[in-house]
Design a protein around this ligand. Structure first.
Ligand code: 3UK
Length: 535
């Protein structure tokens, strides 16, 4: 395939073929030609096929049709290539909260053959800096309200040559530059295997890892999970909380709705309250958010019942069976759980409402293969805990990173999760492979103890870790946030310990319990167990 990239940095930074995972294209939907620009498929196609006047994106005071978004994305592409000297293959940092303009920028970059590197809005200069360096970013588009940290990071980055701000009305704004450009642009005819986005892992520790994804990969995730599990229609209205910088959000709130010609609502702030307000205001039918958000919102189930919501997707963290039950009782809706990863781009194990089973993430998504393996990479018997290994049309390609060898073994992607598979092919999450607690020789998965604790009415949230112990190697320690009005005293410790013993095997009970106000989480909503370990 002939690349359209003039700047070949991304191609030159791919892992050696021998270190890459196997890629499978075993579905009729996965037969791709040599050239794809995913922006052409997801955006221009709708206009070409007569759907230009349908609503595409809504946000605060904004309602854009497919044609509106396409015009703006074309103007961004013209600004990038004519004013800012972008050539195909250049990396463009996109630093913004979820707004329609951020989406226009994403498509503008991709139309121009650039590589979109979206970053979480709350990142500080110190966190933006390594991203600018690792991806060798030459251009940046930044929301004006985030300009301080962006400016600090840009200051120390000589290769960053062009920076423009948007979501404001100054004469030097991106919008002002767009006004001077034509809304017509001929999308660059990129190769199916040209990189179109670099996503940084939300990694809880260490140097961030940059994962590279092709135009083909974007089309592959649109062809697999949505069509087989979510089954959206063009009349669906998508909404949710994950940032577009997190591939869970990029897929769920931008790529998937657009792949079927549906509409999406982008909220720049999407805590549980704003999310529920948004669902009501925009008549949303499909929501994407994390387990904790469903837990919080279940207290307002009767309000949810009065909305038009019909599909609720949970990912990013294990979904406790108790949260699934709570949501169903409160709202009448069965959650769609799915495990995805930045390395895999999106969800590869999941179950729709009809086939969901409590405690299981689901079955492998069509297009993917999954198995549970031992340390030698051999498949373990049904019902045995081991490491999750997956492969499919997408997979891990770290940008020049030694850790490629850890994530990919013998063509399979190892996600770092401990799972077991039952005889029906359902996959049950146990823990992160490094979060298995070994106490007096017993293997104890933190989430199982957390699940038990969460069934107690006094517990709002909790997290369980292994604490070093002379006698037992490790002991189970729980951090518990109590519901308002409940007192965290010695009697409560005893109550919770006895409760856990009554729900799961007694040896799993937390020998130590500490009460805290709030659990430490990443911006993608993941629990930071390592922070608890250092408390
Ligand atoms: C964990 C889950 C149990 C698991 C993601 C959907 O979370 C996403 O990507 P990340 O790179 O993290 C990947 C890791 O998160 N995880 C995610 N979902 C589940 N564990 N059940 C789940 N349903 O440890 C995985 O290895 O931040 C999720 C779509 C795109 C994504 N990038």
């Amino acid at each position: 395939m002939t690349t359209a990239h003039i700047d070949t940095f991304a191609r030159d930074s791919l892992p050696a073929i021998a270190l890459q995972p196997d890629f499978l294209f075993n579905l009729p939907e996965l037969q791709f030609g040599a050239h794809i620009n995913c922006a052409t498929e997801l955006l221009d196609r709708h206009i070409r096929e007569g759907r230009g006047e349908r609503v595409c994106i809504r946000g605060k005071d904004v309602c854009w049709t497919y044609r509106d978004l396409n015009d703006r994305a074309n103007q961004v592409a013209n600004v990038l290539t004519r004013d800012m000297g972008l050539v195909a293959g250049n990396r463009v940092l996109l630093h913004a909260s979820n707004t329609p303009m951020m989406a226009a920028c994403w498509f503008g970059i991709v139309k121009a053959g650039g590589i979109a590197v979206a970053t979480m809005p709350l990142l500080r200069a110190k966190e933006l800096q390594p991203i600018l360096d690792i991806a060798k970013i030459s251009h940046a588009l930044c929301e004006a309200s985030l300009s301080t940290e962006m400016g600090l990071a840009a200051h120390n980055t000589p290769q960053l040559r062009h920076l423009r701000h948007f979501n404001y009305s100054g004469p030097d704004s991106l919008e002002a530059a767009m006004e001077r450009q034509s809304p017509v642009f001929e999308n660059v005819n990129t190769a199916a295997d040209d990189t179109c986005l670099i996503a940084f892992t939300s990694g809880t520790t260490g140097i961030p890892k940059a994962t590279m994804h092709f135009h083909r990969d974007v089309m592959a995730i649109c062809a697999c999970w949505p069509g087989y599990v979510l089954k959206p229609t063009p009349d669906d209205v998508f909404i949710g909380s994950p940032p577009l910088a997190f591939t869970f959000g990029l897929g769920g709130l931008l790529l998937f709705p657009m792949s079927v010609g549906a509409s999406t609502v982008l909220l720049d702030k999407a805590g549980p309250t704003q999310l529920l307000d948004g669902i009501k205001e925009f008549g949303a039918t499909v929501v994407f958010t994390a387990p904790t958000s469903y837990r919080t919102l279940s207290a307002r189930g009767s309000e949810v019942r009065r909305t038009s919501l019909r599909r609720c997707v949970s990912a990013g963290e294990a979904l406790p069976a108790s949260t699934r039950a709570l949501w169903r009782e409160a709202t009448g809706i069965e959650l769609i759980d799915g495990i995805g990863a930045t390395e895999m781009l999106h969800i590869f194990i999941s179950a729709d409402e009809a086939s969901a089973r409590p405690g299981a993430t689901g079955r492998v998504v069509p297009g993917y293969e999954a198995r549970v393996v031992d340390d030698d990479g051999k498949t373990v018997p049904v019902g045995t805990v081991g490491k999750l290994a997956v492969r499919g049309p997408t997979g891990c390609r770290y940008l020049t990173d030694e850790r490629q060898k850890t994530y990919v073994r013998d063509g399979w992607n190892l996600t770092g999760d401990a799972y077991l598979m039952d005889a029906d092919g359902y996959f049950f999450y146990q823990s992160r492979t490094d979060d298995m607690i070994i106490s007096s020789g017993y293997n104890i998965a933190s989430p199982e103890v957390e699940e038990a604790l969460m069934q107690h009415p006094s517990v709002a949230e909790c997290a369980v870790i292994g604490e070093p112990d002379e006698e037992r190697g490790q002991i189970v320690k729980a951090f518990v946030a109590l519901r308002p009005g409940v007192v965290g005293d010695a009697a409560m410790v005893k109550t919770l310990q006895d409760f856990v013993k009554s729900v799961v095997a007694p040896y799993k009970y937390p020998r130590a319990i500490a009460f805290i106000d709030k659990l430490p989480r990443t911006q993608t909503g993941k629990l930071q167990r390592f922070k608890l370990r250092s408390l």
